[in-house]
Design a protein around this ligand. Sequence first.
Ligand SMILES: [Ca+2]
Length: 465
Amino acid sequence: MKQILIVSFGALLLSTFLSFSRGVNRIAPQAPNVLFIAVDDLRPELGCYGADHIHSPNIDALAERSILFENAYCNIPVCGASRASIMTGIRPTLHRFKSYLTRADEDAPDITTLPGLFKANGYTTISNGKVFHNPDDSRDGWDEVWRPTGLSSRDYLLAENIRLDTAAGTRGWPYEKADIPDNAYRDGKMTEKSIADLKRLSEQDQPFFLAVGYLKPHLPFNAPSKYWEMYDTEEIQLPGNSQRPSDVPNQALHSFGELRAYNGVPPEGPVSDEMARTLIHGYYACVSYTDALIGDLLNTLEELNLDEETIVVLWGDHGWNLLEHGLWCKHCNYRTSLQVPLILKVPGKQGQLRNEMVEFVDIYPTLQQLCQLPDPGHLQGNSLVPLLDVGSRPSWKKSVESVWHNGFTYTSHEYAYTEWRSESDSILAQMLFDHRSDGDENINLMDGSENIEAIIRDIKSGWEP
Ligand SMILES: [Ca+2]
């Protein structure tokens, strides 16, 4: 009964806000806050996405009360570019938003960013941790930008790793298990700062847009020991498709240079099975560590009675390969690199699973509409608001588009099709997977037949330039 009453109160609150603020440019007193949680390199291998072997109780509990998007895709699988696209609401192209170093204010200098829109409409906007890749990117959109510091640039705490990471030309190991409290690493410090912000913000009348960007589970996989101890290395299964495939174009694969830069990783060829298990173990430990910190943050939101007036959105900036297709890291057009967690909690909206095809450019218009802010006029995604009511069946996009270098992937419920294009728009290479029978993308269906060409025409319909 208590739960029903709370949900009803939330519905009343939101509808009151919507009716008061419709057509009004200034912020209504009931305007919802936004808690915007970015998690670096988090793939949708979480309890709430069906991965029972992962300890993610806090994100799972959030998902219970949220709209969980089962088919969410990033628009580009690399940190800086994915974030620039999310925060501007425009898509990557052959020439825009390309790398981990991408800056939104260089690639899209005249665009009103998501925090910029909130700030211009009366919100307090704060960026804690890694939100944009570059902390001073689009700085005007934030009232405050804060990042924690550490003992080494990659946030190691063990002496050997600090020594390796601070010496010229070397890095530490790609993982670290340290007997330390949760607040020793930067993500722990950042959570404490964000909790203090929530307490401060709860006392002001102005609504807030608080962005909280977690560094893990990005490499190196550094986590307190207790999160490593939630898993047993010996029980970790390597994926069934851990061999490099032979039936895809060369462009589909890479040599995971990002991982090779770390100490102990061979300069070429596969890593040993032992290291593979340790890497997967470390990734899982970091997921559980991050989950615990997110739990601390969400508990504070609840204790301050802010949760029924705050929209929460949680996203991982792209997927990650844990040896599927013989690959590590992101940087490719496989589903493992493109599919992402996307969880949206909206006061007054019931928790539910949605299976529509959605993409990260949809986040900006969704938050803009939910908070009744003016349309900045440049948005390329679709507001998810029509999907937020249980049982709603609006007409919706058939497929989503993701880009990596010159490879353009179109993913629908049935297929994932990638084509690599030249500067003059001719097709250089292709791959096609049937997700109904081959969700792991192990059989490239490209054979030049008329049947395959018809499938491609269908999945690309609506996407032609
Ligand atoms: Ca990332």
